[in-house]
Design a protein around this ligand. Structure first.
Ligand SMILES: NC(=O)c1ccc[n+]([C@@H]2O[C@H](COP(=O)([O-])OP(=O)(O)OC[C@H]3O[C@@H](n4cnc5c(N)ncnc54)[C@H](O)[C@@H]3O)[C@@H](O)[C@H]2O)c1
Length: 322
């Protein structure tokens, strides 16, 4: 990257909660001018203060992204007067409002009126397919989803989801932009509820729920199956390549484990609702380890580990490429 990658191009962020703040930092890290709007002005003030603090801490711990200083990155993020001010002249707008379909529809209708003809209109939605809230808008060919992984600064995956009417060039430009800001985009080729990440996450969580509900394993041990077992490999290898390496290729894997793969999947059964005594048991066991009032310090603990893991992965990638 150039010593000073300052750009005069503008990015609009609508919604300055947890995810909006992260997008601000990611775009500023490569020099974009970021304009952030929220219907609650106190949220924007708190976001700007939070971004400044986070950038300083990242800089102090050597984890700041990009080549600009924390102060230079901070100066690139500013509060918009209103939504028009936020999106005017922006090459890309990222919507980060709550996961409620009517709010997404309202915001995309406004963006349709306010944004320029070539502006890409992107949503952070975690599960809603873009056709649900872009069907009726004039600029629907420019609308797309970029679903980040929380916390986006350390988990680079972004699911890029076009609707059936998204212009293929918009998809291409969006993928390129995600790469430019250091994220790792994957394309969801067909609209599907929950995309790939949340479908996989809920398949895992559903089975955890069943095993605990059926008294097979404790909450603590269930989490360990992932954190000390599967998760160790999944931090750098997907489940498909993991299996491929566990045998001599997939045909051998299928020969050895194909019957078990099918037999166990057939035993999964109907999904179990998150309610009743299982819900209380799981909550109470986790609450013994981290009382709800201490959750924010445990989140900081998580982020320190994720930061260290992200650094390890980047150092190993650099070493492997030499
Ligand atoms: N939190 C996560 O782990 C996560 C991960 C990936 C994607 N997402 C998605 O990102 C989106 C935002 O989630 P979040 O966790 O940042 O929520 P949040 O509640 O932290 O922030 C939402 C912000 O939107 C603002 N807002 C509400 N209505 C608005 C409007 N009409 N116009 C402008 N601003 C408005 C709120 O004031 C708030 O600041 C959701 O769609 C969510 O599903 C969240």
């Amino acid at each position: 990257m150039a010593a000073n990658p300052a750009k005069d191009k503008k990015i609009g962020i609508v919604g300055s909660g947890l995810i909006g703040r992260s997008w601000c930092m990611l775009f500023a890290s490569v020099g974009y001018q970021v304009s952030v709007y929220d219907s609650d002005p106190r949220q924007v003030s708190s976001a700007l203060a939070d971004i400044q603090q986070q950038l300083q801490e990242l800089s102090a711990s050597g984890l700041l992204r990009g080549s600009l200083t924390a102060e230079e990155q901070c100066q690139r993020v500013s509060a918009a007067k209103d939504m028009e001010d936020c999106v005017q002249g922006a090459k890309f707008v990222q919507e980060c409002v709550p996961e409620v379909l009517d709010i997404k529809k309202e915001i995309f209708a406004k963006l349709d009126d306010l944004a320029g003809d070539n502006t890409i209109l992107s949503s952070s939605t975690s599960s809603m397919v873009p056709s649900l809230f872009t069907r009726g808008i004039k600029k629907r060919a420019h609308a797309i989803v970029c679903h980040p992984t929380n916390p986006p600064y350390y988990c680079p995956l972004v699911e890029v989801v076009p609707s059936p009417w998204t212009d293929p060039e918009v998809l291409e430009q969006t993928v390129a932009l995600m790469r430019e800001i250091g994220q790792s985009p994957v394309i969801i080729k067909k609209e599907i509820d929950g995309f790939a990440l949340n479908r996989i996450q809920y398949a895992i969580m559903g089975e955890c729920w069943r095993l605990i509900n059926d008294g097979v394993i404790s909450v603590e041990d269930m989490d360990k199956v992932m954190s000390d077992g599967l998760g160790m490999r999944y931090a750098f290898l997907g489940p498909l390549e993991t299996a491929y390496l566990n045998a001599d290729g997939f045909h051998v894997y299928a020969e050895r484990y194909g019957e078990m793969f099918l037999r166990i999947q057939k035993s999964f059964g109907e999904p179990i609702p998150m309610s009743g005594s299982s819900l209380d048991r799981i909550h109470n066991e986790l609450n013994k380890v981290t009382p709800v009032e201490n959750i924010s310090s445990r989140r900081q603990w998580r982020d320190r580990r994720l930061a260290a893991l992200a650094k390890l992965k980047s150092d190993m990638d650099t070493k492997d490429s030499k």
